[in-house]
Design a protein around this ligand. Sequence first.
Ligand SMILES: NC(=O)c1ccc[n+]([C@@H]2O[C@H](COP(=O)([O-])OP(=O)(O)OC[C@H]3O[C@@H](n4cnc5c(N)ncnc54)[C@H](O)[C@@H]3O)[C@@H](O)[C@H]2O)c1
Ligand SMILES: [Zn+2]
Ligand SMILES: [Zn+2]
Length: 365
Amino acid sequence: MRAVVIEQAGLPTSVEELLIDEPREGEVAVRMTASGVCHSDLHVRDGEWPRPGPIILGHEGAGIVDAVGPGVTTLRPGQQVVLTWYYPCLRCRNCQEGRQWICTGSRSLQHRAADGTSRARRADGSSVLAYLSIGTMAERAVVPADAAIPIPDAVAPEVAALIGCCVSTGVGAVLKTADVPAGASVVVFGLGGVGLSVVMGAVLAGATRIVAVDRVAAKLDMAAEFGATHLVQASDPDATVSAIREAAGPDGIDFAFEAIGLTSTVEQAIAVLPPGGTAVLVGMTPVGQRASFDVFPFVDGSRRIIGSNYGFAVAANDFPLYADLHLAGRLPIDRLVEATIGIDDVEDAFDRMRRGEGLRRVIRF
Ligand SMILES: NC(=O)c1ccc[n+]([C@@H]2O[C@H](COP(=O)([O-])OP(=O)(O)OC[C@H]3O[C@@H](n4cnc5c(N)ncnc54)[C@H](O)[C@@H]3O)[C@@H](O)[C@H]2O)c1
Ligand SMILES: [Zn+2]
Ligand SMILES: [Zn+2]
């Protein structure tokens, strides 16, 4: 099978021909149909997050179950599935209490099968890891059965793929993490796949004022099409904060979503909050970076900051829910897809993403 591999974090990708094993106990083989290119792949590609290698990139993907390993009773060949990049252990306290997005026993971060080995190999027999244990930028993936979530066949593959990361992350940040009520005012910093999903979620939640912020003017037009009511082109931080305050009206912003992953915009998301406001941090910085804020007014105004991993997703419930909302015409996920691309076009997609150009590019296999 062909797969997008990096030798180690920070090096360019290459497309390699690999061998992949059959699924073992508790695993399924998935013939991948689509994989999005998310900025989290780019963080790894650019060496901003240390990760082991060689590793198959990609964590936003969907496909069709091809074979099930021994003991798998929940899935059957032919089913369309979305892969979750954080499959839960179902045993730790957070899982038991329903907070699977902060499962402390998940094996996803070992980038290997549950038994610690890997299923993909080079011709010389050396193993190749799979990013977040799914490695979706490959023609085939062998994954734990709990990482493959069935969704209706009527959902197009590229839409299904995006449910696997940016949609769940952005829509979930609004509906689940922040639980935005109807009539709220929100601002969204960054209008990539994640930020535009925040806009979609805010529309769905009934937010009446949705301020969209990006440094790229074309992104603002797209946000307007998704339902943003006010547009702010980012410039220097003080000017951006003033423009957002003006757009927010007299009551100010209830929820500020940061969907870029820069300390400067994290600080702006906190700075725009009126008393009682909440900053929801969704973007991920390079590891080790720190942001700061003025403590006295933050406490005095009872403001809040919430980190939001994976939009508080409980994949088995939320992926089918987002799929159904899409099929019902209430989440226009298809409009996030700028173009479908081939497996050889990932470096080009990364270049465009570094420049903030365009929407999601999705590999079709
Ligand atoms: N919390 C999670 O679980 C989770 C999940 C997925 C992605 N992420 C993170 O979310 C972030 C966004 O991901 P994405 O795939 O949407 O990225 P993206 O690159 O597609 O979008 C980022 C957007 O931010 C804009 N931008 C960049 N610098 C800016 C600035 N200074 N001011 C205003 N706008 C600016 C870009 O023009 C672009 O439109 C990344 O950091 C990614 O790692 C987090
Ligand atoms: Zn992602
Ligand atoms: Zn757990």
